[in-house]
Design a binder for this molecule. Structure first.
Ligand SMILES: Nc1nc2c(c(=O)[nH]1)N[C@H]1C(S)=C(S)[C@@H](COP(=O)(O)O)O[C@H]1N2
Ligand SMILES: [Mo]
Length: 399
């Protein structure tokens, strides 16, 4: 402490813990919501034995996943502002110092790099741009725990300072008890030529309040710009969102029939939908499916990438197809596509399969499904990630 002169004891300027802690708190809220909604989405797609996800309300997943993408996007400007405010600390000497300091700095290195990695890969994923070799979902999932663990360590280390910073007025220049800062006495602060020569000018030009307000405004702007791809009345504003565009029949297309390699098999005149409970098997032509009772359902496609769009689908109830082969209503139902591979299979939990809202859809907005939306038929079930709404169905298995 004794190495500090009176001036640096005072909390002047923008790089104040009072401002950093407030930006950090907003960032923490975004990352928490993003983490929880992300975990939920992961569990829905890879359900642990104890996990239960209801079929209603039908808009729940659309909402949680919209929040996931929006909070992730908003976290980006917040993180940039926070890094901009604290980065001189990253260069203070000594680089390593005491063991405690070494641990703290290592945790910061992990925190900063994992958070940048996570937000960037997430953002690129919303644009369906994968300029990397690893498999996105597993990496994004694993890395989320690294981010959260390093944030918890960071908060634990800084807690006394955070409490003092948040508990005192934003613009105050009173010394903020330096006991909570990292071992300040042993550090030689980095030279900051500009702010050194004219500290007052920097303080006056932009107040902390203005910077905090500006940060919130940029975050809100980013949120609105992305929210349009999932909130209909904001769609006109969604110029930043990769998926605001319309697709055939008013719903965007994720993967086309041509990309999935099903152009021929989907149009095969000998097409049959096979339904099997293991012992009883039925094969239905498209005409036979159309001859069954048809139901209309307004349901969203809610893509994990953050866009969603509601359509009026019509087709046959999944529960009726299960009944057709005397399938057990308590069993999960597997949907298999003409498309081989990762996205060609999905499992519908029994509770959702049995909901009268779940359809094998044949029509969208009163017209036959276009081939890109899954002709001859596709799964459309309530409260599900889009990636599990399997298109170009060939086989249904009651497990
Ligand atoms: N067989 C198959 N079904 C699929 C996909 C796919 O790649 N293959 N993509 C899924 C994804 S990620 C989404 S968001 C929805 C999109 O449906 P749409 O193209 O009709 O909008 O279809 C799902 N069904
Ligand atoms: Mo998707």
């Amino acid at each position: 402490m004794n190495a500090l002169d009176a001036d640096s004891d005072r909390d002047t300027g923008l790089r104040s813990p009072r401002l950093v802690a407030r930006v950090g708190m907003l960032l923490g809220i975004c990352i928490t919501v993003c983490f929880v909604t992300g975990l939920l989405s992961h569990w829905i797609q890879h359900p642990p034995a104890w996990f239960y996800w209801p079929s209603r309300p039908v808009w729940l997943y659309q909402t949680t996943q919209g929040l996931h993408v929006i909070t992730g996007v908003v976290a980006i400007p917040l993180l940039l502002v926070k890094l901009q405010l604290v980065y001189p600390k990253l260069f203070v000497r000594p680089v390593i110092g005491t063991p405690a300091r070494a641990v703290e700095r290592a945790s910061i290195a992990v925190l900063v790099s994992s958070t940048i990695f996570q937000l960037l890969t997430g953002l690129l994923n919303t644009a369906q741009w994968y300029p990397w070799k690893f498999f996105f979902t597993t990496t994004h999932y694993a890395m989320s725990f690294v981010v959260v663990a390093s944030i918890l360590v960071h908060i634990a280390v800084k807690l006394p300072l955070i409490q003092r910073a948040l508990g005192s007025p934003l613009e105050s220049t009173d010394p903020i008890d330096p006991a909570g800062t990292i071992d300040t006495a042993s550090e030689t602060p980095v030279e900051e030529p500009e702010s050194r020569s004219e500290p007052e000018a920097e303080v006056r030009a932009v107040s902390r309040r203005m910077l905090l307000g500006g940060t919130v405004a940029v975050g809100a702007f980013a949120a609105l710009a992305f929210a349009g791809q999932t909130v209909p009345f904001l769609r006109w504003f969604a110029f930043l969102a990769p998926r605001s565009g319309e697709g055939p029949q008013g719903i965007p297309i994720n993967r086309t029939a041509s990309a999935a390699g099903v152009l021929e098999s989907a149009r095969n005149p000998d097409y049959r939908l096979t339904i099997s409970n293991g012992t009883v098997t039925r094969e239905l032509t498209l005409d036979q499916l159309l001859a069954m009772p048809q139901h209309n359902r307004d349901l969203p496609i809610a893509c994990v990438e953050g866009w969603s769009a509601t359509g009026t689908w019509s087709g046959v109830q999944v529960r009726e197809l299960v009944a057709l082969v005397d399938g057990d209503r308590d069993r999960d139902v597997r949907f298999i596509s003409l498309e081989a591979g990762l996205y060609g299979v999905s499992t519908l939990p029994a509770n959702i399969a049995d909901d009268p809202l779940s359809l094998v859809a044949l029509r969208l907005h009163g017209e036959q499904l276009t081939i890109d939306h899954g002709y001859p038929c596709r799964l459309i079930a309530p409260n599900r990630p889009g990636v599990l709404q399997t298109k170009w169905l060939t086989r249904i298995e009651i497990r």
